[in-house]
Design a protein around this ligand. Structure first.
Ligand code: WT7
Length: 659
């Protein structure tokens, strides 16, 4: 960004105040804001005591003396799995359905809180038998099946740490995550159902573990769930079937409390450099904020509601709002294995009808893809159970917001547009149903107990009506506690931007935002070299280094280009090594390199287009001018080229790829 603030031209005048009936029964009450404003730490301490079971009550709320390394509720002890399971059974709710699971081919399974608790106890015993103890890490590479949830809860029940790797990531990506976290065990499946066929997982694990990285492998065992029934290879002694092993252990397991700053999980996310960051979350603060937000933002009545978050458990949304938030609140959820359009385009709506989903949480990219197929698809199903809708992952454009409300929410359901990140652990900015008057396209206001500012480059708060950088000015319970193995990168990435302007560290989110005259927030997208594809963050640097790892590539530059379906799409510009330049046609090279990125990172990072160019546009100091490449990728006239070392480079690219 060159100027001190970002300007946004978006003007959206529509308001939707909550209906009287919603107000009268709303879970959240306006005095949450008052209490949090008066006493932020007291507010969080009260929420934590009221929402969670503490094996040992805490007396300290926040220790910020080693900022930005925070400690919340540090002298308290709790067990996350106990909070998500046992306590609901003990309270007499064991027969309540915890998970309505739906497999893509149409098979299904229902687990009550009693059943889920029993499964997790057994799995915890199995982990212990396999030598997993407190502080060990377990990699989970599973489809969206109940065992993914069971595995996560079993790991945390014994004080170990999970690292869930989304099943769409490649063997390479899986291996780098296994190595970074030194995982002792990998829990996977033979395969899972996606898009009407079995997508293999175990072969990717085999591939990952076979890669020669020149370092000893941390993995001792691979525990394999039978799901896809696809043929797989087997390494005797290392590989174990879940269904065989689970029979060998007992069903009793008592959950003990662990200190609140015990690591809960590591989740990898893309940053501005090539290496993904292992974001660390711990137990007490995380579970407090996730439970609070899940209850209040989604207006949850656990006795009545059927809640569905469509995110895969491999993403932070799946961790916080498919697994931990709903289970901690004793909610009844839906878990779906497959893709929205398999075997037919109305699959998700069929599931909403089948289970009577009342609260539905999804991403704008999915909403836009439904808009494209047309409202006759959802209209063919009874969606009258829906009473609240949520959105996450990227800005939701007002048209998509209106469509979502009209078509899925019968024109009446409130929509909560929730802004947060892998790093924040839980929702930070959102309307509260029954309180906030909704504005399509705006994420609206910081939640009670959360301090958000929009700052200019020098750290000065912008005036209402202007744009700037989204910053979090006070620590929050579910904040990341660091980057696994890299405390310096943690400080540098998140806490250094506004270093000179404040006495205590202020968190830089990497997002641009505008504050309107009412003080509502409008998210404007990333301001760093990170793009947002279908609500998932991808780093330009990571894809660029995957591209240059191919022998025919000399240089590459990746940009995010606006895309109707996915928000942004990956577009790559590649310079071939001169000795290979004639080896294949431009089209062949493009196919080859798209496949290579899929192999290196996973299909989510596969470029929509690969442009082969002679040179990349660079400034005199050698910095690639991605903005100009973005102009080409988005089919615009190219912008100002005066700072380029050689302006003719850009002219050549533009001429060749003019729409
Ligand atoms: C980035 C975080 C945590 C949810 C899933 C993505 C963007 C997220 C919104 C929203 C506008 C949003 C931001 C953020 N983002 N929610 N409601 N409105 N933008 O998690 O992969 O950690 O990505 O997603 O750019 O920084 P993530």
């Amino acid at each position: 960004m060159s100027a001190n603030s970002i300007d946004s031209l978006q003007h959206e005048g529509r308001h939707f105040p909550p209906s009287d009936s919603f107000v009268s029964t709303a879970v959240a009450s306006p005095d949450l804001y008052d209490q949090a404003n008066r006493d932020r730490l007291g507010f969080w301490a009260d929420r934590s005591r009221e929402l969670l079971h503490w094996h040992t009550p805490f007396t300290e709320v926040l220790d910020w003396s080693d900022a930005p390394f925070a400690r919340w509720f540090a002298d308290g002890e709790l067990n996350v799995a106990y909070n998500c399971l046992d306590r609901h059974v003990l309270a007499g709710n064991g027969d309540r359905v915890a998970i309505n699971w739906e497999g893509e081919p149409g098979d299904s399974r229902t687990l009550t809180y009693s059943e889920l608790t029993a499964e997790v106890k057994r799995a915890a015993n199995l982990l212990i038998k396999l030598g997993i103890g407190t502080g060990d890490t377990v990699a989970i590479y599973l489809p969206n099946v109940p065992e993914a949830v069971i595995a996560m809860l079993a790991v945390v029940r014994i004080g170990a740490i999970h690292s869930v790797v989304f099943g769409g990531f490649s063997a390479e990506s899986l291996r780098s995550r296994i190595d970074d976290a030194q995982a002792k065990l990998v829990i996977t499946a033979d395969g899972g159902w996606r898009k009407g066929k079995v997508s293999p997982l175990k072969p990717a694990v085999d591939g990952a573990l076979a890669l020669d990285k020149g370092t000893p492998l941390s993995v001792e065992h691979v525990l394999v769930l039978k799901r896809g029934d696809n043929d797989i290879d087997w390494v005797e002694g290392r590989d174990l079937w879940w269904h065989d092993e689970i029979e060998t252990v007992g069903s009793e397991h008592e959950a003990v409390g662990f200190p609140a700053e015990t690591p809960l999980f590591i989740l990898y996310t893309s940053g501005t450099t090539g290496k993904p960051k292992g974001i660390i979350h711990t137990t007490g603060g995380y579970l407090t904020q996730v439970t609070f937000t899940h209850k209040n933002v989604f207006d949850l009545n656990p006795e009545k509601d059927v809640y569905w978050c469509s995110a895969d458990v491999g993403w932070i949304t799946g961790h916080s709002y498919t697994v931990y938030g709903p289970l901690s609140n004793g909610a009844t959820s839906v878990l779906y294995e497959g893709t929205p359009d398999s075997p037919h385009p109305g699959r998700w709506f069929e599931i909403i009808e089948k289970y009577g989903v009342s609260i539905f949480y999804t991403a704008p990219t999915a909403i836009r893809s439904f808009m494209k197929v047309g409202r006759q698809v959802p209209d063919a199903f009874d969606l009258s159970s829906i009473r609240l809708l949520g959105s996450v992952g990227e800005p939701i454009n007002p048209e998509a917001w209106m469509w979502y409300r009209e078509v899925v929410g019968a024109g009446t359901a409130p929509i909560v547009d929730t802004w947060w990140q892998t790093e924040t652990g839980a929702i930070m900015v959102s309307a509260l149903p029954g309180i906030t008057s909704l504005k399509p396209g705006s994420a609206q206001v910081a939640l009670p107990g959360i301090s958000i500012s929009v700052l200019d480059e020098t750290g000065v708060a912008v005036e209402p009506g202007s744009g700037g950088l989204l910053a979090i000015t006070e620590p929050w319970p579910s904040m990341l506690r660091g980057i696994w193995g890299d405390p310096e990168r943690f400080v540098e990435t998140y806490w250094s931007k506004f270093r000179d302007a404040f006495d205590t560290p202020v968190y830089f989110a990497g997002d641009g935002a505008r504050l309107d005259a009412d003080g509502d927030l409008w998210l404007l997208g990333r301001v760093d070299d990170v793009m947002n594809v279908s609500g998932h963050r991808l780093s330009t640097a990571e894809i660029e280094s995957a591209l240059v790892s191919h022998p025919i590539v000399a240089e590459s530059a990746v940009v995010g280009a606006a895309d109707e379906a996915t928000g942004q799409a990956v577009v790559a510009f590649v310079v071939l090594r001169s000795e290979h330049a004639g080896d294949q046609t431009v089209d062949e090279a493009s196919v080859l390199l798209r496949g290579h990125v899929t192999e290196q990172i996973g299909a989510i990072a596969r470029p929509r287009q690969v442009f082969i160019v002679e040179e990349l546009p660079k400034t005199r100091s050698g910095k690639i001018m991605r903005r100009l490449l973005q102009d080409v990728a988005e089919g615009r006239a190219i912008g100002d080229t005066t700072t380029l070392a050689d302006a003719s480079v850009m002219q050549l690219i533009a001429d060749r790829y003019k729409k």
